[in-house]
Design a protein around this ligand. Sequence first.
Ligand code: ATP
Ligand code: MG
Length: 455
Amino acid sequence: MRIHSLPKLLRDFGAVFASRGFRCHLVGGAVRDLVARRTTTDYDFATDARPDEVMRLFARVIPTGIKHGTVTVLFRGHEMEVTTYRSDGTYSDSRHPDSVRFTSSIEEDLARRDFTINSMAVDLATMDLLDPNGGRSDLKARIIRAIGDPVERFTEDGLRLLRACRFAAQLQFTVEAATKEGMRQCRERIDSVSAERIQEELTKILAAELPSAAFMLMDETGLLERILPELCEGKGIEQKGMHNFDVLAHSLYSCDGAPRDRLEIRLAALLHDVGKPRARSLGSDGIPTFYGHEEISESMASRLLKRLRFSNAVESKVCHLIRHHMFHYEENWTDAAVRRFVVRVGLDSIEDLFLLRRADTYGTVGHYVDDIRLAEFRDHIERTIGAEHALSLRDLAIGGEELAALGIPRGPTMGVLLKQLLESVLDDPALNERSKLIEIAERLYHSNLKNLEKR
Ligand code: ATP
Ligand code: MG
């Protein structure tokens, strides 16, 4: 088969190799996407040129993985990953080959790859599709199948276990039976994969349309227990009331219901109820309750995200959303109550918290729901904020300077006083005027805070 729709960029790139008598093949995900007529921007190449020879072919080359024969060529503003045809030696650490042997055979190179759909190549000189492992028919049948013996493939490299789950979710493919059985048998190999690599794959899984497919596959093959044991605790934990699913399934479906381009909200949805099994107790009526689960979930999520080397920024955002996910707005909330909520959650996080709630509801009933109460809450918040009411210490009409001028010492006392002033303004925004706040400050200080200071 010939590929006729190859972008000019790739043909020109191949021509540079051909001009010096080298061969160059497009490989990996780009071929998968070309054959499936999907668009792609991430290009991987294989060549018979040695890394030092590739470095001489182009002006700008970064030796990104030179030990394994990979360099990155900067070509017309694109990063092209070029790897010399390899045939891997034995793997004794379940992750890296003990030795890498360069070869001049593209077939040998394709045979060391993980799945059939990932082992096709396009010869850039002829546009011929090479498909020695039946990738095209598996792509058509939407199947992920290990090349050769699955147990051997997964024993060589434990990362492939998670890659299978990732491709299953990304492409919405099924894993072929023997491959899945191989994953189950080799599940312990995941233990030799670094936390950083696992995080990288999870991040890709969380950007798929339905990440639940990957997590269910992890559960079926015993991987989930090894990398996200906290989630497994929710297995079989039934929830009464509106809930249709156990805690694990609810978590996975909630994750599906969060926006796919928002990693933090997807993580928060996945982990928001992770503490429920530990918070569970039975009421006198026999109905389970989960009081305080948001705090337990938050601390479990924090530990989990740190273990998997997610950044501090991601960890704190996710934990913040989890901590506040249990709000229950009622029509009779006063403006002051709404302002207090906004101060507690932070204006920047309100919309994200609403998206988390939408995901949570999706994960409860199995589809999106138009939440009228939530819409009312949003309106109420907008009305309150729109009225330009003070919402943080910064928005108070007076600050530390003015208080110091009244003779109030700087330090913890002043901090407490400022917070009390904010409380007053949250209750009654009309108090947010310089003279009124000074009056309140003096009264508060002389009536109780001053004594506090003396003690
Ligand atoms: P994407 O770029 O969308 O993540 P991809 O299939 O291109 O998908 P890469 O990680 O870019 O994945 O790797 C490129 C190719 O290298 C793969 O298609 C596969 O042929 C091979 N490959 C990558 N990682 C492994 C691995 N751990 N074991 C075997 N082959 C691998
Ligand atoms: Mg790629």
